[in-house]
Design a protein around this ligand. Structure first.
Ligand code: MEV
Length: 334
């Protein structure tokens, strides 16, 4: 995995530090990745969480307008996710939280499967490290963020913090070093927000209870998903979009079988396919959140329209290419 530090995501002017982190999208393998099977994910470099640290007397003051927080750090419970990542980072680098205002702004919709929590945590680690002149390795950032993912998710696989901290497309197996992948062709994706929130912790917990009652059944389904992920990886490396699309379609059917889809997600998937997508599936934890569609760029507009007509709240376009993806908003109906 590349080891480029975090300097590219950090800037500073007159004592103010600004750091950011990308959202993420899971291309294939969500949920089964929690049970040791492989998954593929990519950063959404154009959709970011940003943290600004501005010098200010007194204890670190947190401003996160999107979640209604405007308070000094000592007033937040220590297991509150923002407080936790700040305290963990300070402890890790052996410094005291700075005398500053830490302001969080994010373009990433919350609870939609696009990694907003992990991106905010990553941007906080990068900003605090920069404040103290440290250049953390992505692996360190990922490990710190993972600790906070446990608060959000319960039993996270680690894929979200990994893809966001490294900001590269990855093939990921829990407990192993992440492997970057280089598509032979850009992957033009539409990301459609159902507008329904995706409660990762509950969906993952619900699946775990069902898995506990019938582990053999679910293990077989996870193995079938793993086979789709492996075939998708070969399709990405070989430059075969129709094959990749077919694998995404099959992955969605298996996600339905494990009980993490919903009527609204199935409707969006169906609309994308009918309008000509090469493949479409839910992405992330499911029940709500987002659907992704692999598209021919010439058909993107038509498919985007079909997704909106089927009820998508927002639609983003991203090209997962060779290393960097750009995300542009093609529609905003929020
Ligand atoms: C959430 O983005 C992905 C899940 O597979 C959970 C995890 O991997 O921790 C649903």
């Amino acid at each position: 995995m590349g080891t480029g530090g975090c300097a590219d995501y950090v800037s500073g002017v007159e004592g103010t530090i600004r750091a950011s982190a990308a959202g993420k999208v899971i291309l294939l393998g969500e949920h089964s990745v929690v049970y040791g099977r492989p998954a593929i994910a990519a950063p959404l470099s154009g959709l970011r969480a940003t943290v600004t640290l501005t010098p200010h007397p007194g204890p670190l003051h947190i401003q996160a307008p999107a979640v209604g927080i405007d308070a000094p750090l000592p007033d937040l419970p220590s297991d509150q996710p923002l407080a936790r990542i700040i305290l963990l980072t300070a402890e890790h680098y052996r410094f005291s939280p700075p005398r500053a205002v830490l302001r969080i702004e994010s373009q990433i919709p919350v609870a939609s499967g696009l990694g907003s929590g992990a991106a905010v945590s990553t941007a906080i680690v990068r900003a605090l490290a920069a404040w103290y002149g440290v250049r953390p390795e992505p692996g360190q950032v990922s490990a710190l963020v993972y600790e906070v993912e446990k608060i959000y998710h319960g039993t996270p696989s680690g894929i979200d913090n990994t893809v966001i901290a490294y900001e590269q497309p990855v093939y990921f197996v829990r407990g192993r070093s992440p492997e970057p992948f280089s598509p032979r062709f850009p992957l033009p994706l539409l990301i459609a927000d159902s507008g329904v929130s995706s409660p990762t912790r509950e969906v993952v917990g619900d699946l775990r209870r069902r898995w506990e009652t019938d582990p053999t059944h679910y293990a077989a389904l996870f193995d079938r998903i793993a086979a789709e992920v492996e075939a998708a990886r070969r399709a990405i490396e070989a430059g075969d979009p129709p094959e990749l699309g077919m694998r995404m379609n099959r992955n969605h059917e298996l996600l339905r079988e494990i009980g993490v889809s919903s009527p609204v997600l199935d409707r969006l998937v169906e609309a994308a396919r009918r309008a000509g997508a090469l493949g479409a599936k839910l992405s992330g934890a499911g029940w709500g959140g987002n659907v992704i569609a692999l598209v021919d760029p010439l058909a993107a507009e038509e498919i985007e329209r079909a997704l909106r007509e089927a009820g998508a709240r927002n639609v983003w376009r991203t090209d997962v290419g060779t290393g960097v993806s750009k995300t542009g908003r093609v529609a905003d109906h929020g």
